[in-house]
Design a protein around this ligand. Structure first.
Ligand SMILES: Cc1ncc(COP(=O)(O)O)c(C=O)c1O
Length: 417
């Protein structure tokens, strides 16, 4: 078991979380369960058994190097959205030839680095194609490319994480497909190896993947018939996770079973999960600073905030909240807020919880994806440390940022112009 409660105390694998909090000076901290990460990977591996496939972990969800290395060792590949993510992927030892690079605004410098390393690059627009061509010419390499099609399927998710609509900022205009194919055919530096789509994140219905698969297979066959030797179909789109702790979320097996019948010979399927690989594998452990009431509102003020975890503020996202230890105060309805000077600084609203004592350990669940990676220094909060639990072992996988780290970037250098 990864996270469970016993006698009112929260455990991560074999370690009592309170024990960790008592021994570590910094607060808040991110705590990961290695077992949970590997179980999540295994769920995809088993779902894809018998299907030529690549499980391409989306580093954008969480790019901690140790976690990336564990996933690579387990057998995953990686999906990137920036040149710096390519550097992490290389440091983690991923095979660049199986890595895919997506994005609507890849710079020419990023593209040159990707092409040089043999990464599969996703063509996102007409200008992007020209930039990839240039990168191929400059590096004297052939770029393996995929085309990002917009299947225009409604993924029924928050508009900020929907990515596969016709009017999306991502992907090519499908009506211009022939133009793209001609350009690729006439470019010695481009080798079209596959198609890609991305539907959105936090998807809760397999129908969304199935609808997209039908459309993508249609394109795939059509382009093959035109003589292109397509191998990869990258069906991007992220499964949700059960943030609310009571939602029916499809499993990777249910996802793959829903599209299995549409697979055709000599096709390698790529999936690029981020959230469903890492999201439920981490908790944010904070301390209660104090409890207050204003008007009709009760507040638990903690040392965690929107600086470490912006999802509630950015997407109005729900994260389950509890305590790492027995708390027996009177039950009330609270907003759980941080110390940041913004009313948007909340981690949970209207939660019924027992009134905690000062310094009690308060935990925010399911923070593995899009939390640490979106953290900031707002109000000069320093980014927290990250720890990984493996059975009864506790490993620090990133130290906390310090004010010295921050101060080191200030300078006063005249710039010649
Ligand atoms: C291109 C691409 N690939 C993969 C992902 C990962 O998605 P998720 O974290 O929902 O699995 C995203 C996220 O939006 C993405 O934009």
């Amino acid at each position: 078991m990864s996270f469970y409660t016993n006698d009112g105390y929260l455990y991560c694998e074999d370690i009592k979380v309170k024990h960790i909090q008592d021994r570590i000076p910094n607060s808040p901290i991110y705590l990961y369960s290695l077992n949970r990460i590997l179980e999540n990977y295994k769920a995809y591996k088993e779902a894809l058994d018998g299907i030529p496939s690549i499980i391409s972990y989306a580093l954008k969800a969480n790019s901690n190097l140790t976690i990336a290395r564990h996933l690579r060792e387990a057998g995953a590949s990686a999906t990137l959205v920036s040149g710096n993510e390519l550097k992490i992927a290389m440091a983690a030892g991923f095979d660049p030839k199986l890595v895919t690079y997506n994005g609507n605004g890849k710079t020419t410098a990023e593209l040159s680095m990707a092409v040089l390393h043999g990464v599969m690059v996703n063509i996102d627009s007409e200008f992007d194609l020209q930039h990839i061509k240039k990168a191929a010419a400059e590096t004297r390499k052939t770029a393996n490319v995929t085309l990002r099609i917009n299947p225009d399927v409604d993924s029924e998710v928050h508009p900020y994480v929907a990515t596969g609509f016709k009017n999306s900022k991502f992907g090519i205009m499908n009506e211009r497909l022939d133009w793209y194919l001609k350009e690729i055919e006439n470019s010695s530096g481009l080798n079209l190896v596959g198609l890609h789509c991305h539907l959105g994140s936090t998807i809760k219905k397999v129908r969304v993947f199935q609808d997209a698969m039908k459309i993508m297979i249609h394109f795939f066959k059509e382009i093959r018939e035109k003589g292109f030797n397509l191998k990869y179909l990258n069906l991007g789109g992220g499964l949700g996770i059960d943030y609310e702790k009571n939602q029916p979320i499809p499993t990777p097996s249910e996802l793959i079973d829903s599209i299995r019948d549409y697979l055709i010979p000599d096709l390698t399927l790529i999936v690029e999960p981020g959230r469903s690989m890492i999201g439920d594998a981490s908790i944010l452990i904070t301390r209660v600073t104090g409890v207050k009431t204003n008007g009709s509102k009760n507040f638990i003020v903690i040392d965690g905030s929107m600086a470490e975890l912006i999802r509630p503020c950015l997407y109005d996202a729900y994260h389950h909240i509890g305590f790492i230890e027995p708390v027996t105060g009177e039950k009330k309805v609270f907003d759980i807020v941080g110390p940041i000077c913004e009313s948007a600084d909340f981690l949970g609203k209207d939660r019924e919880l027992p009134t905690p004592h000062e310094t009690a350990g308060l935990v925010v669940y399911d923070v593995g994806a899009y939390c640490y990676i979106m953290s900031s220094n707002y109000n000069l909060k320093m980014r927290p440390a990250e720890y990984l639990v493996n059975g009864n072992q506790l490993i620090r996988i990133r130290r906390a940022e310090t004010m010295d780290d921050y101060m080191r970037l200030f300078e006063n250098d005249p710039v010649a112009i």
